[in-house]
Design a protein around this ligand. Sequence first.
Ligand SMILES: [Zn+2]
Length: 368
Amino acid sequence: MLDIFETLVAFDTTTPDQSGCLDWIANFLIDLDFDIEWLNAGTIRNLYATKRFGSQPICLFAGHTDTVSVGQSDHWFHNPHEMHRRDDKLIARGAVDMKGAIAAILEAYRTAVKSPACSFGILLTANEEGYANGLGTEHAVSVLKKRHEPIDWVINGEPTSQTQIGDCIKLARRGSLSAEITIHGKQGHVAYPELAINPNRHMLDFLTHCSQMPWGQSQASDSGKTSLQVVSLTSGTGFDNVIPAQATCLLNWRYTVDLNVSELTAWVEAQLNGLNIPYAIDWRHSAKPYQALPGPLLKKLTQILADKNIPSVISSSGGTSDARYLIDLTDNLVELGLIHQTAHQVNEYTTLEDLTTLSEIYSAILNQ
Ligand SMILES: [Zn+2]
C-alpha cells in the first residue's frame, strides 16, 4: 500500500488541479478490471469507476484528490509533495485529507476476494477543497442519480477519526448559513445623542435576542446541535466623540436537519423589522445539512470495529463535507477515514499502521 500512497502524494494537486493524479488512479483501476467513466464538468475532473460482480449493488467509496495549499512552505521538514518519513510518520500534503484513505481503498480493491459482498464503485473529484461551484461531487452525483445508478452504500473517506482509526464515524453533518447585517443609524456628536441614532444600541438589542434563542439539540441524537456564532462586529469612526452611522455584524449558523431555513430567515428579519430602523441583510447559504440512516452499512461497520476492539462514537462535528451531496444517492452512508488531527496543517502526516488498519476496515466492508 505504501507504493500507492507514495505515488498519490507526489502529485501536486493543490485544488482544483488533478495534475495527473486522477489519470494515474484511473489506470490503476483499469488494471484491476474496473470500467472507467469521467463525469467532468467545465474544467473539473471527476472520476467514476465500477467493477460489477453480477447483480450485486454498488458500495461506493467517495472522496477527493485535491489538497489545500502547502501554506508556510519553509515550515515543512521536507518537500510537501514527496513522502517524507520521520520515525513512524509518513509526512506529505494530503496524507490524511485524503490521499491516505484513497490509498487504503485502492489497496482493498487490489487485494479483494474473488466473490466480494458487493460491486465496487469509486467516485473521486478534484474539486472539494476550494469553491466547487457545483462542478465536483455535486455534479457527479446529479448524473448518477438521474440514471438511477444502483448504489446501495456510500463510504465517504474524509478524515473522521480522532485519536485512533475508526473511533469516530460521521452519519450526519450540520449545514452552514451566514448573514451579513448592516444597521443604518444617524451619525452625530456623542454629547448630543438625541440628535443622532446610534446603530450599535440596536445591533446589541438584536444580537441579545439572537443569543437568547434556544437553537437547540436535534431530534436525531447524532445530528448535534444548532449553534449561532457572531463572527464579526464592525462599527465606529475611530473617534470617541462620534456616534457612527452604521454597524455591521456577520453571523454564522451551523444547523441541523431539524432547523427550517426559511423559518429562521423569517424570524431574523422579523426581529430586525421590530427595531424600526433601516437595515440591509445579505444571506449566504453555503451548505445544507444531511442525516444518514443508522442502517445496514452502519451496522456492518460497527460490527467490524467491535471485532477489532475499536471503541467508536457517532458524531456530526467538524466542517461540511461532500456527503451532503452523496446522501442523494442513498441513505446508507457513513463517513470514515484517517485521523484528522493534522489535516490542512504544515507537516500533515499519517502512519503505515493507520493506513493498514483503515484498509482492513474498508476491505472487511467489501468482502464480508
Ligand atoms: Zn477532505
